[in-house]
Structure formats: C-alpha cells, structure tokens
Design a binder for this molecule. Structure first.
Ligand code: CA2
Length: 145
C-alpha cells in the first residue's frame, strides 16, 4: 500500500517564486509541489498538497489528515514562531510531522529562532530551499518504512 503524505504549507507560501528569490528561490509553489510529487512517485508514495493563509484551515487539514495520511511535511510559515494552536493540532493528528523550512531560520532575525512546533514534530529540516522538502520526504518515508 502506497504511503500517503500530506504536504501542508502555511501563510504567504503561495507567493513563492514571485518575491524575495534570494531567500526563497525562484520556483513557484506549483513547480515545487510538481517536482516533489515526481520524487514521491519514484518511491511509490502519494502526496496531497494544501496551502492556506489561514490558521484554522491548517488546523482542519491536520485533523482531516488523521483519517487518511501516514505522515505530514509541514511548513507553517510565520505561524511556526507563534502558534500554540498549530502545535496542539500536530499533537492531535497523532501523525509523524516533519517541520520544514526553505530558509535557515537560525541565520535570520531572532524572532524566527523559536519554533512552537519543533518539540512535537518527528524532526525538522531547514535551510535547503526546495530541497528541504525533498529531504523531509526522504526522511519521512525512511521513518515510515
Ligand atoms: O523559511 C521558511 O520556509 C519559512 O517558513 C517561510 C516563512 C517565514 O515566516 C518563516 O520564518 C520561515 C515566510 C513565507 C513567506 O514566503 C514568501 C515567499 C515568497 C515571497 C514572499 C513570501
């Protein structure tokens, strides 16, 4: 049975490839998800992608994932640094969640150094641009196997 993975992206990540390319790269979100879907297919895994700018929608997606997903790749965007509600939703999902970031948040502003989610995630991958997602997928599939 194929592993089913939710790729969940938070606020402003719909703008990928349109601004701040020096930080976030030039690929659009659609480009990135298409590439990741190909990588997943080579490993016999299936992805579903959800992006939302709304905290509640991200929480709903984590609750829903409990019903069908084996694991989650989650870039919570700026909610990483603030959201206890998303932390609680990760716990409630009872799924392995890999916190994933394009940029190296520790090389940026101090307020980005703290994550409300890392402590309840399986692991964290950051700083490799779109390759962070590929590395997160690889680690998650190895964990699930
Ligand atoms: O590095 C990451 O993946 C972040 O989660 C991205 C968030 C930021 O608030 C986190 O600290 C680290 C911001 C996403 C904004 O994405 C944009 C992409 C292109 C243009 C504008 C924003």
């Amino acid at each position: 049975m194929a592993q089913q993975i939710l790729v969940l992206n938070g606020p402003n990540l719909n703008l990928l490839g349109t601004r701040e390319p020096e930080i976030y790269g030039t690929d659009t979100l659609d480009d990135m998800v298409a590439e990741l879907t190909g990588i997943a297919a080579e490993r016999g895994a299936k992805l579903r992608h959800v992006q939302s700018n709304h905290e509640g929608t991200l929480i709903d997606a984590l609750h829903d994932a409990r019903e069908w997903a084996n694991g989650v790749i989650f870039n919570p965007g700026a909610y990483t640094h603030t959201s206890i509600a998303l932390r609680d939703a990760v716990i409630s999902s009872e799924l392995p969640v890999v916190e994933t970031h394009l940029s190296n948040v520790h090389a940026r502003e101090e307020f980005r150094h703290r994550s409300m989610l890392s402590g309840v995630c399986l692991g964290v991958v950051l700083g490799f641009g779109k390759h962070s997602y590929a590395a997160a997928l690889d680690a998650l599939l190895r964990h699930l196997d």
